[in-house]
Structures are given as C-alpha cells and as structure tokens.
Design a protein around this ligand. Structure first.
Ligand code: APR
Length: 244
C-alpha cells in the first residue's frame, strides 16, 4: 500500500497537509457532518453564519462557549504529533480548516488557519481583536465600542482571510506531496487546494475512513483513522529518508 512513498521519497521535499475536523475527532472534538454533528438539535451549518449570529447572538455564543471549553481541554492526538515530527525530514506546511489550534499545540511550526481560531475574539463592527483562551463570565461579550464581540472564525458566506488564502494557494501549488486528512472536502475554497497541487503534479494522498468527493482523484486513498494512518505514513517516510 505504501509502495508509492517508498519509491518517491527521494523526490519529496515539500509536503503540505490539508486537514479538517476528522483529524481532531479522536481528540474529542466532534466533526460537522458526522453522526455527532448536531448541537442541541441545531444544525451547525445554520448556526455558523453572520445572519444566525445577529438574529440570536446569545444562542450562537452558547454554542461557541461550549466548543471553546472543549477546545481548551483537548489535547493533540497521534495524528497531529506525527505531522509535527515529520518536520525533521521535510519542509512541512499545514493548511487547516480547523479552528482548534491543536496542530500548534502539537508543535507544528508552519500552520495556516484557513477558517480562523476559536480562541480569538473580534468585534463585529470595529477592529478590536484579541486572543482570549479562557471562559467568559458574561453571556454576551461586548466590545469597548459597545458592539457585540464574535469569534474570529470564518462563517458560511464569509471570505477567508485573503493573506492566509494567498499563501495557502502558493504552498499547495508548489508542494511535491499533499496529504488530505479528515475532511469531507465539501467546503469551498479549501477543497480546491488538492486540485491546485495536482496541477503541479504533486502526489495526492487521502486519509479518511469514508470516501470523499475527491477520493477518485487521489494517488493513494487510506481508508483509516488519522491516529492510525498518520504515524504509519510518517514512520515509513522517515525510514525511506534515512535509507536514501
Ligand atoms: N480520522 C480521519 N478522518 C475522520 C475521522 C478520523 N478519526 N473521523 C471522521 N473523519 C472524516 C469524516 O469521514 C469526514 O469526511 O472527517 C471528515 C469530516 O468532515 P466535516 O465534518 O465535513 O469537516 P470538514 O471537512 O473539516 O468541514 C469543513 O465546514 O462546517 C464548516 O468551517 C467548517 O471547517 C469546517 C468546514
């Protein structure tokens, strides 16, 4: 199964990981579209919008406060750690749709957060932005300017931070290997990153227990959990590099 890696390791210098909710699932953070995807019978896709926030900011903050608590307690798993360890052997960049900061906690040094970070808070009107990695005492946090504070995450219908996206496209377009882990690849524009890598003749590997819309485009599909597949892939890569 890993013949591909063994044969090509010499040529692989730049590796990009594109990660989604699945990689943090085994750290206790639910995915969006999985069986555990509902929150108090609400569809997360309908809560993660600016309209939902302005219609019912208290409800949306309740959802985010619960998720923040969960994220503060979560620890990186073997999947996150394996990616960080690979930095010793190749140039590694992580392009993540996750807002949980677990790649950074696992010591990955180059992480681009495409959808923001749940510990950061910004004003819905002025330029206030802060990192608040603790519980709020108030139900509805207000900015000094009097307007409502919101999580610094990208909601449906909002654009990605353009500087981050530009860099992400640059890395995707020049990598030798892209590993797509734990994402359903249904959300745009993040799901265009593998296409960009493929146009540059990069090898594409997918790690996901389920088939995705792009599985047929991959050079290798590993239908397994990330905590099991990533350490194996990384150790194979290390062995091959040490031999070369
Ligand atoms: N290991 C690997 N993959 C897993 C695991 C696991 N342990 N558990 C679940 N998965 C896979 C699922 O099969 C699914 O394909 O992870 C994927 C999770 O998909 P989504 O829930 O759609 O999450 P993601 O792709 O990250 O969503 C993208 O959508 O809701 C928005 O902004 C939010 O960043 C999010 C974006």
């Amino acid at each position: 199964m890993f013949e591909l890696i063994r044969n090509q390791t010499k040529e692989i210098r730049k590796i990009v990981f594109v990660t989604g909710a699945g990689i943090s699932q085994e750290s206790g953070i639910p995915t969006f579209r999985g069986k555990d995807g509902l929150w108090r019978n609400h569809d997360p896709m309908k809560l993660a919008t600016i309209d939902a926030f302005f219609n019912n900011p208290k409800l949306v903050w309740e959802w985010y406060n619960e998720r923040r608590e969960n994220v503060f307690q979560a620890q990186p798993n073997q999947g996150h750690t394996a990616i960080a360890e690979l930095e010793e052997y190749a140039e590694v960049v992580v392009l993540t749709q996750n807002i949980d900061g677990l790649h950074q906690k696992a010591s990955s040094s180059k992480v681009l957060e495409l959808h923001g970070n749940i510990t950061r808070i910004k004003c819905s009107v002025c330029n206030f932005l802060d990192d608040i990695p603790r519980r709020f005492s108030e139900n509805l946090p207000l900015c000094k300017c009097g307007n409502i504070l919101r999580p610094d995450v990208v909601w449906f219908g909002e654009s990605l931070p353009q500087d981050v996206w530009k860099k992400a496209m640059g890395f995707a377009g020049e990598c030798d290997l892209m590993v797509v882990v734990g994402t359903s690849l249904v959300v745009s524009p993040a799901n265009t990153l593998p296409i960009s890598a493929k146009q540059n003749n990069a090898i594409l590997i997918e790690i996901n227990p389920e088939k995705t819309e792009m599985s047929s485009e991959m050079d290798l599909v590993i239908n397994d959990l990330s905590t099991s597949a990533l350490p194996k892939l990384v150790s194979l890569f290390k062995q091959a590099k040490e031999k070369n």
